[in-house]
Design a protein around this ligand. Structure first.
Ligand SMILES: NC(=O)c1ccc[n+]([C@@H]2O[C@H](COP(=O)([O-])OP(=O)(O)OC[C@H]3O[C@@H](n4cnc5c(N)ncnc54)[C@H](O)[C@@H]3O)[C@@H](O)[C@H]2O)c1
Length: 310
């Protein structure tokens, strides 16, 4: 296991599910951890410090060091307070894992404005705000001559990178997070910060709402949330300093460094196209039409599996 001794990590939404596993794994590797969690319902209501506190107790019982933080990651000033608290308590910040999230699934034709806004806010602004304040902290240290080896790990979703029916709000936010990762990686590399992203899969209350209670198999359980954390620990190692801007799909023992939007079918005309000519070329090249394959088929190609078939 890579040693993260001396490093300080924040994991957002770490009171339960995947974030809890990240916090436990980072602590086991030697990091001191800020366990952030607002303690909301799956759809983002309420507030409760108990889940974060419980994870802190677990870490301490195992001999690690952690504090609970109850800020809302989508609150710009709250995100700053969270970064400041990490630095004030532990003297530094090395790792930010943006993981907090909610769901408000609905077909887009019936989706209400509030369902769109809230999901976009928690995921997209909830990634931007902590990353912004952490980046400002790292930039300042880098400018003062320190060698920085900092990490941001974001959380997208198969829904965002492949597209999933019923999740226009969530999938758009998660696709945005993959795009945000590319840009943040390019901007923050100069300060010694790598920025990568997960597209995780796990049995948590989030997937239970879509698939119902999923039976725990005997032996290896591919949707144990803990499988999503080794890639986080690995990316946080000093040796991974030059791996950045990647989106990793994780499903059980499969970790796939995905290819995102990239050059594809080129339609080129030296003098530019007119609509008629381009339409005939489109029909010639796509005689059977063309459409997204959907999340489950794309996941299978990447080495994962739909939870529907588990
Ligand atoms: N479970 C999966 O299969 C799966 C698949 C793809 C992506 N994800 C993503 O992984 C992340 C973790 O999901 P999970 O399945 O563990 O869900 P979860 O509901 O078990 O945990 C999410 C945690 O985030 C916290 N949270 C929500 N809004 C917050 C806010 N504004 N500020 C601080 N904390 C907040 C919640 O209180 C909760 O404890 C999410 O971003 C989710 O979208 C999960």
């Amino acid at each position: 296991m890579p040693s993260l001794d001396g490093k300080v990590a924040i994991v957002t939404g770490a009171g339960r599910g995947i974030g809890r596993e990240h916090a436990l794994a980072l602590s086991k590797s030697g990091a001191r951890v800020v366990v952030n969690d607002l303690g909301v319902t799956l759809s983002g209501e309420g507030a409760d410090t108990t889940p974060a506190q419980q994870v802190v107790e677990e870490i301490k019982a195992a001999g690690g060091e952690a504090i609970a933080n109850g800020e809302n990651v989508a609150d710009f000033q709250g995100a700053k307070r969270m970064i400041d608290e990490a630095v004030q308590t532990f003297g530094r910040l090395d790792i930010l894992v943006n993981n907090a999230g909610i769901l408000r699934d609905r077909m887009l034709v019936t989706m209400e404005e509030g369902e769109w806004d809230k999901v976009i806010e928690v995921h997209l602004k909830g990634h931007f705000a902590p990353t912004h304040h952490a980046a400002a902290y790292w930039r300042e240290r880098s400018k003062s001559g320190e060698e920085i080896r900092a990490r941001v790990i974001n959380t997208s979703s198969p829904s965002g990178v492949f597209g999933n029916v019923g999740q226009a709000n969530y999938g758009a936010a998660k696709a945005g997070i993959a795009g945000f990762t590319l840009i943040a990686a390019q901007e923050l590399g100069r300060y010694g910060v790598t920025v990568n992203c997960l597209a995780p899969n796990a049995r948590t209350r989030m997937t239970e709402s879509a698939y119902g209670e999923l039976a725990v198999p005997e032996g290896f359980d591919p949707i144990d949330p803990a499988h999503n954390s080794p890639i986080v620990v690995a990316l946080c190692a000093d040796e991974a300093q030059h791996i950045t801007g990647q989106v990793f799909l994780v499903h059980g023992g499969a970790v796939n460094a995905l290819h995102g939007w990239d050059a594809g079918e080129l339609f080129y005309s030296e003098m530019g196209w007119d609509g008629d000519a381009l339409l005939s070329e489109l029909l010639k090249r796509f005689p059977d039409g063309v459409a997204p394959s959907g999340m489950f088929e794309a996941m299978a190609r990447a080495g994962g599996q739909s939870m529907r078939t588990l």
